[in-house]
Structures are given as C-alpha cells and as structure tokens.
Design a protein around this ligand. Structure first.
Ligand code: KG4
Ligand code: ZN
Length: 344
C-alpha cells in the first residue's frame, strides 16, 4: 500500500468485551489508521445497564461490518495485516467470545499471528496514541466501569499494582449515583454534564479512605452517603437539585483519585502521570489532575475522550507492544472474563 513500507507492523485489532463492538487498524503501535466503533448503548439504555446476552447478540450482528469499515477506512486489506490483536479479558464472557472467535477465524484464514490483549493494558496503552514522547516507566490511574487501579507502568505491558478499589469501581459509582437521581445509563457522562451547572461544595460528601492503605480506594461509603442524602431530602419534602448533587459527588470522587495518584507519583519518584479508562474522560477529573500535576512538577498525560472509553485502537497499540516482544497466542486462545491485571 502506498505510504507504507514492508517493515511496518500493521495490526487489525478487535474489541468486544462489553457494549462496544470495535475494530481498528494501527500502524507501528502509535499511528491509528482507522478506529471503527459500533456502540450498543442505546439498546441497553432501556434496561438501565448492559444486559450480557443482548451484548453478545449485538456483537455477532455488528462485528463483520465494523471490521470491514476499519479496513476500508485504513485503505487496507486483511492480507496487508502483520497480525490480528484481540481483547480476551476481562469482560463479559459471551461478549469476549465473539471477538476472540472472530479474530481466530481471521488469523487462521489469512495465516497471520494472533495476539491476545488484556483489556486494561489496552486502556493504559491509549496514552501512547497521542503522546509520542510517552514511554514507561510512569504512574497510571486506571478508572473504568469495572476497574480502579493505581499502577506503575514499568515497561510496555508490565505493571506493578500499588492501589485498587476495595469495593465499587469509580465508573460503577458514577453509574449508580446517576441511576439514583434518574439520569439513566451510562451515568458517567450524564453526571459530568449535570455537574457543570452545579456547585461542587454545595453538599459535603465523605472521602472514602482505607486505613493503612494510602493507595487504595473505596467508593461504597460515598455511594451510601449520596443515597442517604437523597432519601433524607425526599422525606423532608425537599426537591433535589441534581446539578449540585452531581458536582458534589464528582468532587468527592475526583479528590480521592487525584490525591492518591499524586501521592504515588511523589512517593515512588515519578515525574509522569497518566490516566486511563472511561472515567478518565471526566472533565472535572482531567482538570483537577492537570492542576495538581502542574503544582507538583509532574507531567500529566491523558487520552482524548474517544480513546478513554472502550475502543479497538488502544487494543491495537497494546497488541503492537506485545507483538514486538514476540508474544503470540495459540489457536486455543479463550475468553478469560476475570483476567487479572499482570496475568496472561
Ligand atoms: O472503560 P469503559 O468504557 O468500560 C470499561 O472497561 O468498564 O468505562 C465505562 C465507564 C462507565 O462506568 C461510564 O459511566 C464511565 O466509564 N464514564 C464516565 C465518563 N464517561 C464514561 N465517568 C465519568 N465521567 C465521564 N465523562
Ligand atoms: Zn474498558
């Protein structure tokens, strides 16, 4: 293909771990030639959350079209690809299986290597796409719908976990609070939007602390405090002003996230801090993190919102670094719904 040399590593990446069917073509790890996403959000919104079996059925309907679109937008054929990368965990088993089976069939059909990718490694790798100077080691805060981890990215694909949530993930807390005030699913972007009109200091919500573990998170106390506040106000016959509640809740979450991430960077001696995962697209978190990093002489990295929420470009980037390390998956690659960070 014009503009590409035979040394270029082209990865077709596939992502289907939750409610987005996505495919992307990524050149040499950091150049995104295409990033196709078919979102099922509207299908699941009526149920107030992702229904696993419906997710699988939507993936199977969309996947070939999405891959076709990714290849066409990249102006490439399947035969041009160096390897096929695919998310194999963590996520919904039936959803993951659609992407894994598809990737295996394609790789087998065109005789290309298969690279299984850890979904969370994908989220972290999203930071490499638009930050050509970013290289490990650095501190990364991973905040998604299912995960809240504070890690040191020691090398590409090598993580030391230094903190994690003891209960809810940050995104889960956003989704639950949004549901409680009737904002609907998915809650994160809706809270983010509502909070822009509200006062973050209107309501004093607690900061979840884990005794003796300065890098761990806890959001269940905050969630209960929000629910108690709502019930109390309703009982008193007061109307709840959603923007103030959203802004105050969001302030409590971002304060917990920012303080621990900055502490980790300082204590472990890193001057680079990145954020990743769906919640990393939160505008309040991004500005609070930027301010705290500036104050502490730390360089702050974050993906654009489209690379924060689930996408295949980030999977292609992660697959590239796995590929150049010589890692390949066998034809027995399977979905691993509860794959832990750092496990293969
Ligand atoms: O990374 P992601 O797309 O999927 C998982 O791997 O879990 O994250 C989805 C989560 C959801 O909980 C969603 O509410 C949250 O990310 N999210 C946000 C925002 N956009 C998405 N949370 C807060 N603010 C946002 N702007
Ligand atoms: Zn995700």
């Amino acid at each position: 293909m014009s503009g590409h040399t035979s040394e270029d590593v082209l990865i077709l990446a596939i992502e289907s771990s939750c409610d987005e069917t996505a495919a992307a073509v990524v050149k040499n790890g950091r150049t995104i030639l295409s990033n196709a996403i078919s979102s099922q959000i509207e299908t699941h919104t009526v149920y107030g959350g992702v229904v696993p079996e419906i997710a699988s059925r939507e993936h199977i309907k969309a996947i070939n079209y999405v891959i076709q679109r990714a290849l066409a937008e990249a102006d490439h054929t399947l035969e041009d690809m160096t390897a096929i990368g695919v998310t194999y965990g963590p996520g919904l088993v039936g959803a993951l299986l659609v992407g894994v089976a598809e990737a295996k069939a394609l790789a087998y059909g065109v005789g290309k290597p298969l690279v299984g990718v850890h979904h969370i490694e994908g989220h972290v790798s999203a930071n490499f796409i638009e930050n050509p100077d970013l290289e490990p080691p650095f501190v990364c805060l991973i905040v998604s719908g299912g995960h809240t981890h504070l890690v040191i990215v020691k090398d590409y694909g090598e993580f030391e976990i230094i903190g994690r949530t003891r209960d809810d993930a940050a995104g889960e807390a956003f989704d639950k609070v949004a549901r409680a005030v009737g904002l609907g699913y998915p809650g994160g972007p809706k809270i983010d939007r509502a909070a822009k009109e509200g006062n973050p200091h209107a309501i004093q919500f607690p900061r979840g602390k884990v005794e003796g573990s300065p890098y761990d998170f806890s959001f269940s106390g905050l969630k209960s405090a929000v629910l108690n506040y709502i019930n109390h106000e309703k009982m008193m016959g007061h109307e709840i002003y959603v923007p103030d509640l959203a802004a105050s809740f969001q302030y409590s979450v971002t304060d917990s996230l920012v303080s621990r991430a900055i502490l980790a960077a300082k204590e472990y001696g890193y001057k680079k801090l990145a954020i990743a995962g769906g919640v990393a697209s939160n505008s309040a978190l991004r500005s609070a993190m930027k301010e705290a990093c500036d104050k502490n002489g730390i360089r702050f990295y974050h993906p654009s919102p489209i690379y924060c929420t689930d996408n295949a470009a980030m999977i292609g980037t992660a697959a590239y670094y796995e590929y150049i390390k010589g890692r390949r998956s066998g034809w027995d690659l399977n979905a691993v719904p509860n794959l832990k960070l750092g496990e293969r």
